[in-house]
Write a new protein. Structure first.
Lengths: 114, 136
């Protein structure tokens, strides 16, 4: 699924990252548990989460996650945005809940990890 | 090449700095990305463990052309029952640690999963030493 479609479908706001056009994301995963995210063998995916802290960005860096979607109006803090820019991570923010964002993206073809 | 880091207890803002630097070095050495991911996930889990559970410690990475050996030493309190700590789902983490997205009892099992060799030595009241190795 195109990243621009993910942004459009979840009415998301881009908080960090550039070169959005033309980027494709195949898989999605929803979790607030970073320990669980660190056990995944899938890379270059979208992580939908309600957790907005610096450890989310570190986890994404180590797990080779390309995009994180913060649900339910959670906002990326300045230190999260700074670290995301350093590591090349895209952060987007949606007013939708994790459930709603996951449902919409699944319905539109984003594949689950499990 | 040897990289050494101090890890402060409770310093969640810095947890991940060692794994991030090690990742950069391994990328420069053109190690296979899947292998890099396994290594840095293990290093990051170990860093978070020291921040979350110990009074502080050090992390040292020895990198050669063919492998990485990581030694993580903390100054206590030590693990009472290593077998139990290795069991998925067992955790002594605080509420604060859980709110950070960790403390689900998955760290040590995940380090084992992502490393070729893992050795854990611990003495209650003294500390824990984790040694792990990955071939490139």
């Amino acid at each position: 699924m195109r990243l621009t479609d993910i942004i459009r479908l979840t009415r998301a706001h881009l908080a960090a990252g550039d070169e959005i056009e033309g980027r494709e994301i195949k898989n999605g995963f929803s979790s607030d548990l970073m320990s669980d995210v660190l056990t995944l063998d899938t890379e270059h995916m979208l992580l939908i989460t309600g957790l907005a802290n610096i450890q989310l960005i570190r986890t994404a860096e180590m797990a080779d996650i390309e995009v994180v979607l913060l649900a339910r109006n959670k906002k990326a803090t300045p230190d999260m945005i700074e670290l995301a820019k350093e590591t090349g991570l895209v952060i987007i923010e949606t007013p939708y809940s994790i459930f709603r964002a996951s449902g919409i993206l699944y319905e539109n073809g984003l594949e689950p990890v499990y | 090449m040897k990289l050494a880091f101090d890890i402060e207890s409770g310093d969640f803002a810095s947890a991940g700095k060692a794994s991030s630097q090690i990742k950069q070095v391994l990328k420069q050495l053109q190690v296979d990305p899947k292998t890099i991911k396994r290594i840095v996930v293990a290093v990051y889990e170990a860093e978070v463990n020291v921040v979350a559970h110990s009074v502080g410690g050090t992390l040292t990475a020895n990198i050669t052309e063919s492998e990485i050996v990581v030694v993580v030493v903390d100054r206590g309190p030590g693990i009472v029952n290593i077998e139990l700590a290795m069991k998925a789902g067992f955790s002594t983490a605080s509420k604060e640690v859980r709110e950070m997205g960790f403390g689900a009892g998955m760290g040590l099992p995940n380090i084992k999963k992502n490393t070729d060799d893992l050795k854990i030595e611990s003495r209650v009241g003294e500390g824990t030493t984790l040694t792990f190795r990955n071939a490139f």
